[in-house]
Design a protein around this ligand. Structure first.
Ligand SMILES: [Zn+2]
Length: 152
């Protein structure tokens, strides 16, 4: 997902809304800012409140339980709050390498296609911040997801 257009204030309001749809949407927004340290730090003071307000909300989702996104959103905020090292360690199944390159966080150095097809098998990319190299397999299971593997 590309970085959210929502403001920090909107993300906080959505997270505290007790509305499952808005919480899910804000969780995805927060995950999309995973490499944006300044934006995530603005959310850190609200973490405890967000956790208690979302504690008993049933988020639903059959194939990909939406609580997964909420859990990941909290993980992102906690990482930036205590984190050492590079935030690329947060990259995972929801992290679209093409969007990350557009936002200037990684550089894709190679794109490898499946045999005789237009389907992408994997990308090779390098983190602009820490120079870690990744192999990123592109897979589809109901929706696109990516498997990030450190390659150096
Ligand atoms: Zn990095």
């Amino acid at each position: 997902m590309s970085q959210t257009r929502k403001s920090t204030k909107e993300l906080i309001e959505d997270m505290l809304s007790e509305d499952a749809q808005r919480i899910w949407s804000a969780s995805c927004g927060i995950i999309s800012l995973g490499q944006n340290h300044e934006r995530i730090m603005e959310l850190v003071p609200y973490l405890t409140q967000m956790k208690s307000k979302t504690n008993n909300i049933e988020l639903g989702g059959l194939i990909h339980p939406n609580s997964r996104f909420l859990k990941k959103a909290f993980e992102v905020i906690e990482w930036h709050s205590n984190g050492v090292g590079c935030s690329c360690s947060l990259l995972g199944e929801d992290s679209n390498p093409r969007h990350l390159e557009e936002d200037g966080y990684i550089t894709i150095t190679d794109t490898v296609y499946m045999n005789n097809s237009n389907y992408i098998d994997y990308y090779l990319a390098i983190c602009q911040n820490c120079q870690t190299q990744y192999k990123i397999e592109e897979r589809e299971y109901h929706s696109l997801w990516w498997n990030w593997i450190i390659a150096n």
